[in-house]
Design a protein around this ligand. Sequence first.
Ligand code: ATP
Ligand code: MG
Length: 389
Amino acid sequence: MEKVILVRYAEIHLKGLNRPFFERLLVSRIKQALNPVQASVEREQGRIFVYGIPEEQIAECTDKLCRVFGIHSVSVAVCVEKSWEAVREAAIKEVRPVAETAECLTFKCFARRSDKRFPMTSEQICRELGHELLEAYPNLQVDVHHPALPVTVEIRQSSAFVFTGEILGAGGMPVGSNGKAMLLISGGIDSPVAGYMIAKRGVMLDAVHFYSYPYTSERARDKVIELTKIVSRYAGRIHLYLVPFTEIQMAIYDRCPSTETTVLMRRLMMKIAERIAKDNGSQALITGESIGQVASQTIESLCVTDDAVNMPVFRPLIGFDKEEIVEKAEKIGTFETSILPYEDCCTVFVPKHPVTKPKLDKLRESEALVDFEPMIQKAISETECMDIG
Ligand code: ATP
Ligand code: MG
């Protein structure tokens, strides 16, 4: 009896005429996620079936699929011929490991028959199978409201499928269905979560990180690479641009008013990020800012930051509390890496008394004290690009 992974998709069904495009994209994302396992991935009547995974790799592959955006849920099913005998035998076998380890287990049968040539109705399948399972395992009990073990039979055109339970996927839309954006990634907790959230909406990611040797260390840089890798487990391949920022940072620090250094630094980061984004096909910038979290994230500061660029800036965490962000970071697996205590260039040069209500005109004036253009060009020309994921 062959095991297959049955994939239910998330919002794709809403997309009307675009549906084939979304489905094809999801199929290719699934193949990429499973690589190097060569599975055959097939679309059939609003579902995707993944065949040909060696049994010992099913659990690992299921895990990978649960990180693919666009997938609502997956079930590991056995695929059998369309006969009542085969369905019965498969269901009894599938339930055995759970039934044998539980003292008492509630269950309910579900059946769906899209191939109407099958001689039993869905109702008959459920009823008969219920009897068979009760007979095979005396510790089983039917509970139609809250069954611990749902046992599902689907009779489709190709074959019959039997499975117990459903594992929730990441939801969202397949990456690449909604353009590309550039994530400003620091080593902190927030920006990887911000990237995850935008990628979940189908947006492909590039990422940019600013570092300030020798004030920030090699380990801080490695941490960002590691965080990008974790995000890429969901978002697929990410080009990570590593921008040397020391010269610009020192110029701000030496020649601009000390209360404004953080906001000026943010403006320059945004400008550089926007240029790299434009050159590489990204249509928006993404940051991990949320209102009021620090001085550079008051509404006034955010407005002054926005003024530095023309591209839209997505801030998916804007209304989140820190605890909510931490919870999300833990869930997606970035938290442990984010809290490693390596310095970020933003934290190395924090002014003692940062402005919390910067005035745009004043900030523009301060920025004009230095001719940043040659420094920006040099930083971009010395930027290193890595392929992650
Ligand atoms: P995070 O936890 O993401 O570091 P934060 O709360 O520490 O955020 P800031 O340090 O003010 O806040 O940074 C705000 C946003 O600016 C970050 O979420 C990130 O998008 C961007 N950012 C900060 N530092 C860098 C950096 N060194 N390189 C790239 N982007 C950065
Ligand atoms: Mg930070």
